[in-house]
Design a binder for this molecule. Structure first.
Ligand code: UDX
Length: 435
């Protein structure tokens, strides 16, 4: 397709990735944000988000003139052919998605959109939002299209440019198809749907992933109780193509900016049409139970009580490869540990600065100093390569709780420490015989 004039409203993870990637596909993209300082930084090529490849795409787009940043969307949209809404839709009161930002932008730009311009929702929005926006805009000549994103943090650029599928939905088939064509030659199937179906695809997919993870965490718990090994169980399950090999790793619970808010939002959406989505509420409850089981395991490693225990935490981000702390399971576990009286020293390669209730250090070995237990909460690969003998020497106790099954238990044993993972047999420290 030829180059289109696109405006992206909102320059968070989704908006900036969308804008920079669409510019890299040849479109002329203006990204609008209300944050003046952020627009200035981005215009100078400074990207605050840790997202591989994103800063390079932004620099390239600025240099070749296909990408620009402006404050406020109203002027920018006057000559647009398509406007992507990428503003936050956080979890609002009671678990529903908070649509105030989407509504505010719609009100700001609705009357100045050129005839025929597609208004496209990219942020995850409840089913029915496209219809609501259409009513708010109140114009027959502006089609509203849902085009949900399926970007994982840490691989957002890669995911955008190599999608499994592109979903576009609108009551105007032509507008949906036009948005599908913006993705040009990306080799992915395009699902053209009605707006409600496209909106539901996003929730259905994310909630399925959450169900899958809660299921795996439950099976991991069974493994511990039955003396089985989750690594072998998931390997055996994963070869079944109907199940697939990914998203089968147990952990301290699932988190991040999407799965917690999307699961709560879909429960609310279901309630609004009198459906009690018990399977999904169970998955959410199970996620809290998983956090509590991890806390209990750490308490056990501390001899049964967390009061006064010194815990060294490795990893704070909600997953490796990002500095995002939103709904991080690592923070959820740490905050319960702190509430139960533990003293926490934490290190994350991508996180610096103060976090309430803990001391954040910039050296992984500092967390080990005098620690009763060291806990791995985020699966940063570099934790595997730490000098575990030096960690063992610095620690007061000798237990490592690896909530991501990241470390090689043999290596931990060789360092003179005990290892416990999730759903795997414990590897107890080899006691040196006293002669
Ligand atoms: C997710 C969806 O994957 C993406 O399609 C959507 O657009 C946004 O939400 P993201 O939030 O970046 O992406 O994280 P994801 O990689 O999906 O991980 C979510 C949580 O599940 C993290 O806390 C992660 O650590 C956990 N997880 C993931 C596991 O515990 N085990 C796994 O096997 C995979």
């Amino acid at each position: 397709m030829s180059s289109a004039r696109i405006v992206v409203v909102g320059t968070g993870y989704v908006g900036l990735t969308t804008g920079a990637c669409l510019a890299s596909l040849g479109h002329r993209v203006t990204c609008a944000d209300v944050d003046v300082a952020k627009v200035n930084r981005l215009s100078a090529g400074r990207v605050d988000i840790l997202e591989p490849g994103l800063a390079e795409l932004v620099s390239r787009g600025l240099a070749n003139g296909r990408l620009s940043f402006v404050v406020g969307a109203r002027e920018a949209v006057r000559s647009a052919e398509g406007v992507f809404l990428c503003v936050p839709t956080p979890m609002g009161a009671g678990g529903s998605a908070d649509l105030r930002a989407v509504e505010a932008v719609t009100a700001e730009i609705g009357d100045v959109l050129p005839p025929g311009c597609a208004l496209i929702t990219k942020s995850t929005v409840p089913v029915g939002t496209a219809k609501r926006i259409q009513a708010m805009v109140g114009r027959d000549d502006v089609p509203v299209v849902s085009n949900p994103e399926f970007l994982r943090e840490g691989t957002a650029v890669q995911d955008f440019l190599n999608p499994d599928r592109i979903v576009v939905g609108s009551d105007s088939h032509a507008a949906a198809a036009w948005v599908g064509q913006l993705y040009g030659d990306l080799a992915a199937p395009v699902v053209v749907a009605d707006a409600a179906s496209a909106e539901l695809v996003k929730y259905a997919a994310n909630c399925f992933l959450a169900l899958k993870l809660s299921y795996v965490n439950s099976i991991a718990e069974l493994c511990e109780r039955l003396g089985a090994d989750i690594d072998l169980v998931t390997e055996g399950m994963g070869y079944d193509r109907r199940i697939g090999r990914t998203f089968l790793k147990p952990g301290p619970g699932w988190g991040g900016s999407c799965l917690p808010k999307d699961t709560s939002a879909l429960v609310k959406v279901a309630e609004s049409v009198d459906y009690d989505f018990r399977m999904l509420t169970s998955a959410i409850d199970e996620n809290i139970a998983q956090r509590d089981r991890i806390v209990a395991k750490i308490a056990g490693a501390c001899g049964g009580t967390l009061a006064g225990a010194r815990i060294g935490v490795l990893g704070l981000a909600f997953k490796a490869g990002t500095n995002d702390l939103r709904d991080s399971p690592a923070l959820a576990v740490s905050s319960v540990l702190g509430a139960l009286g533990a003293e926490i020293t934490a290190y994350d390669p991508a996180v610096s600065g103060g976090i309430a209730g803990m001391t954040v250090v910039d050296d992984p070995y500092q967390v080990a100093k005098d620690a009763d237990v060291v806990v791995v909460l985020t699966e940063w690969a570099e934790f595997r390569n730490l000098d575990w003998v030096a960690i063992a020497d610095a620690m007061e106790g000798d237990d490592v709780v690896d909530t991501r099954n990241l470390l090689d238990p043999g290596m931990i044993l060789d360092a003179g420490l005990s290892w416990q993972g999730v759903g795997r047999p414990r590897a107890a420290r080899r006691r040196v015989p006293v002669s």
